[in-house]
Write a new protein. Structure first.
Length: 278
């Protein structure tokens, strides 16, 4: 699960009794306040001061051990709340509250709360919904040391302002860059006009390649070096453009600019090559 915009903690674990524990990237087992808990869609218990994903009862364990999980191989695990998980290989893990995921390989993980994702290879780690991860590691390497990640960002614009697009087209949802990581990113971006009253026509389009390198050394703020190539366009698209950006300590952003009184749909396929050092 990614950090919501404006928040410095995010859920990291759901305990067997339903309590949601948070992390700030450095410290784990943190407790959220009522505002933080509600922002991530959980329920805050004022009496106990805890953030909860569900109300615990003695029959819950059998409810959450869904028989739709299928595992072929040894040493594979699915934690509480994981459903419709397919694992082929050895020593792989879905860490809880996962849905509709596939793991194929060895020593891979899908992070708690991540759904609709696929991990192949060795020591790959999926940390975002709807992602495809390939771990290219030796068995003695660390988790996610070398891996590729494929994501999608999207948004609709109606003005000429520069705005964020979002991971999976979900507002305030972004990809989080791990500590001690350098990433090359390559984004194929397409924008298509679907409405509006300004000059031009429905169906006008433009496309670009936005690429560069993101660096996060230790837990410091991230930095980016980037460039953009225009590929093909048609119609009135002069002002349109995407720009990769970063913010805070760990957030990757794909910003876009459309045009006033023009409804534009944006989609970016982002492929990341990641190298994580000690």
């Amino acid at each position: 699960m990614e950090y919501l915009k404006g928040y410095t903690i995010k859920p990291s674990e759901i305990t067997g009794t339903g309590e949601v524990l948070f992390t700030d990237g450095r410290n784990s087992n943190l407790r959220a306040n009522q505002l933080q808990c509600g922002a991530y869609g959980y329920t805050y218990d004022v009496a106990t001061g805890t953030c909860n994903a569900f109300v615990f009862n003695t029959n819950l364990n059998s409810t959450f051990r869904n028989t739709s999980n299928k595992m072929n191989g040894s040493g594979n695990t699915t934690e509480l709340g994981s459903n419709t998980i397919q694992i082929n290989g050895t020593n792989n893990s879905a860490l809880g509250s996962n849905n509709n995921c596939l793991i194929n390989g060895k020593q891979n993980e899908i992070a708690n709360g991540v759904s609709n994702s696929t991990v192949f290879g060795t020591l790959g780690n999926a940390t975002a919904d709807n992602s495809i991860v390939l771990g290219g590691n030796a068995p003695t390497d660390r988790l996610e040391e070398r891996q590729s990640i494929q994501l999608m960002y999207g948004v609709q614009t109606t003005t000429g302002a520069t705005v964020d697009s979002y991971l999976n087209n979900i507002a305030d949802n972004y990809f989080t860059i791990p500590s001690n990581t350098v990433m090359y990113f390559h984004a194929d971006v397409i924008a298509v006009r679907t409405g509006g009253t300004s000059a031009g026509s429905v169906g006008d389009y433009s496309s670009w390649v936005e690429r560069g390198v993101i660096s996060r050394i230790g837990d410091a703020d991230v930095s980016v070096q980037r460039e953009r190539d225009a590929i093909k366009s048609n119609g009135t698209t002069t002002l349109w453009r995407p720009t990769a950006s970063v913010t805070g300590a760990s957030t990757f952003i794909m910003q876009v600019r459309g045009a006033a009184n023009t409804t534009i749909e944006w989609a970016s396929t982002i492929r990341i090559t990641q190298l994580q050092t000690e």
